[in-house]
Design a protein around this ligand. Structure first.
Ligand code: HEC
Ligand code: HEC
Ligand code: HEC
Ligand code: HEC
Ligand code: HEC
Ligand code: HEC
Length: 302
């Protein structure tokens, strides 16, 4: 998470791909990187708009945010490792740019801009205002250790500058809400009426819908499976002990139920019960945290 926003000069993805290009409809986009400086260009053959990249969002897949005349724009194309190149920004598949300006980027509202920087960077929003002169790229220590749950309301209003709980003392429910400030909480998803496949990326919401979830049992909290100080572990077997903490025959029951054992297998639990789901656009996949028996041919449960 320390790389959720990068400033110029620190972008190893672009440094490793000094010339990128993408063509769609009447437009061609190129991204050139020399000496730590990247320039994003879009042309319709007759005219060209050229923007230096200041803010790169995403550690692996990347989208760029530009400022022009006091307005902020999100790039219409992004870099996707799965394509090893550029593609239409996930969520923008249905946009058909009518002008060169629209092809450059989607204009962000002031609120969207604050939310973008609030989740992906630190010290970028202070007292509800965008303060990009004090930005620290990425989710810093202080962002989690000082900005917090009691202030989730400020966060929802785009202010990420306020204060601390003792993280290790939180229940699994509170941790879901804490991580959910950025990964989206159950309440956020329900209140906004977000439905369908894209919800798979909101892990706190999916996990809460799982029969395994119990708001007071630490064995199913976000930090039972993830150490926010380390890289994500991408090895199915390493999660077995987490499941078996409840699903072994000898495990202590939860406050509401005794978890059963699996009649099918004894290892690699997540490979069957937490499937990977590909988002529309095809570039990104997420792990379904709605732990369940997955039936062949079922539609996405939501
Ligand atoms: C201030 C916002 C914020 C909070 C709070 C937050 N995250 Fe994140 N997290 C992010 C962002 C942004 C990314 C995406 C980084 C990227 O790929 O650009 C991320 C990525 C991740 C990843 C994937 C990392 C990888 O290597 O692919 C995991 C796992 C994760 N977060 C877990 C957690 C957990 C657990 C918590 C709660 C203890 C938490 N996060 C709280 C913003 C946050
Ligand atoms: C409420 C917090 C939040 C807001 C607002 C937000 N992001 Fe993110 N973003 C995340 C988290 C968390 C992830 C990590 C996805 C995951 O692993 O679940 C992420 C992932 C990404 C990624 C990596 C690719 C992907 O889609 O997963 C990009 C690029 C990105 N965000 C760009 C943006 C931009 C640009 C904006 C503003 C228009 C924005 N984000 C607004 C929290 C946020
Ligand atoms: C995404 C949120 C997040 C980020 C970023 C983060 N932490 Fe934590 N940290 C937690 C959570 C949640 C706990 C409690 C669970 C645990 O002990 O792992 C914690 C626990 C700790 C603890 C143990 C004491 C305590 O408060 O529980 C220390 C020390 C710590 N973090 C230091 C750091 C440092 C130093 C950084 C920056 C390099 C950092 N953390 C970044 C979420 C985060
Ligand atoms: C029972 C274990 C378990 C729990 C609890 C859990 N996760 Fe995960 N999580 C996983 C597994 C397994 C993966 C996929 C790892 C891989 O890519 O191989 C994952 C992946 C992720 C990712 C990377 C993006 C994705 O969806 O693939 C994020 C972000 C994340 N988890 C956040 C969270 C948050 C936030 C919570 C708490 C609401 C949470 N997780 C609770 C097991 C768990
Ligand atoms: C906090 C304890 C706990 C943890 C940790 C946990 N579960 Fe569960 N799980 C339960 C309980 C309780 C039920 C409901 C009773 C049952 O079906 O066993 C359940 C139900 C299930 C079911 C049946 C769901 C259905 O739709 O009928 C599956 C499959 C499952 N868990 C798999 C897993 C896997 C895989 C993991 C690890 C990624 C895991 N669980 C982690 C407690 C837990
Ligand atoms: C190869 C895929 C696969 C793997 C790996 C796997 N399971 Fe299952 N699991 C299933 C299937 C299929 C069912 C449904 C079986 C049935 O209904 O007859 C199931 C059922 C379950 C149930 C519900 C049992 C009940 O009586 O309702 C639980 C709980 C469960 N698995 C947990 C786990 C755990 C924990 C692990 C890892 C130790 C695991 N599973 C590994 C495929 C798998």
């Amino acid at each position: 998470m320390a790389h959720a926003v990068e400033l110029p000069g620190a972008n190893s993805v672009l440094a490793g791909h000094p010339l990128l290009s993408f063509h769609m409809g009447a437009y061609t986009w190129t991204l050139e990187t020399h000496d730590g400086q990247s320039v994003y260009k879009v042309t319709d053959g007759a005219s060209t708009i050229s923007m230096p990249i200041h803010w790169s969002f995403g550690a692996q897949a990347q989208t760029w945010v530009f400022e022009q005349d006091g307005k902020f724009y999100e790039s219409i194309v992004s870099f996707y490792p799965s394509a090893n190149g550029l593609g239409v920004t996930t969520g923008d598949e249905r946009l058909t740019p009518q002008t060169l300006q629209e092809a450059m980027g989607r204009e962000l509202t002031t609120m969207d801009t604050k939310l973008c920087f609030g989740c992906h960077a630190s010290n970028a929003v202070t007292s509800h205002k965008l303060t990009l002169n004090t930005i620290h790229p990425g989710v810093s220590c202080a962002h989690c250790h000082e900005g917090a749950l009691d202030h989730a309301e400020d966060a929802a209003a785009g202010d990420f500058s306020t204060t601390p709980p003792r993280l290790q003392d939180m229940t699994s429910e509170s941790l879901s809400n804490f991580c959910g400030q950025c990964h989206r909480s159950w309440e956020t998803v329900v209140r906004n009426g977000w439905r369908g496949l894209p919800d798979v990326r909101f892990q706190p919401y999916r996990l809460a819908n799982s029969r395994c979830f119990n708001g007071t049992d630490p064995r199913i909290s976000c930090i039972a499976c993830h150490d926010p100080h380390k890289d994500l572990i991408r090895n199915d077997a390493s999660y077995d002990s987490k499941c078996l903490a409840c699903h072994a025959a000898s495990a202590r029951p939860t406050s509401t139920a005794k978890a059963k054992t699996c009649p099918t297998a004894t290892s690699n639990c997540v490979s069957c019960h937490m499937p990977k789901v590909t988002l529309p656009g095809g570039y990104l996949h997420f792990t379904d945290h709605q732990i369940r028996i997955v039936k062949a041919g079922e539609s996405f449960p939501n």
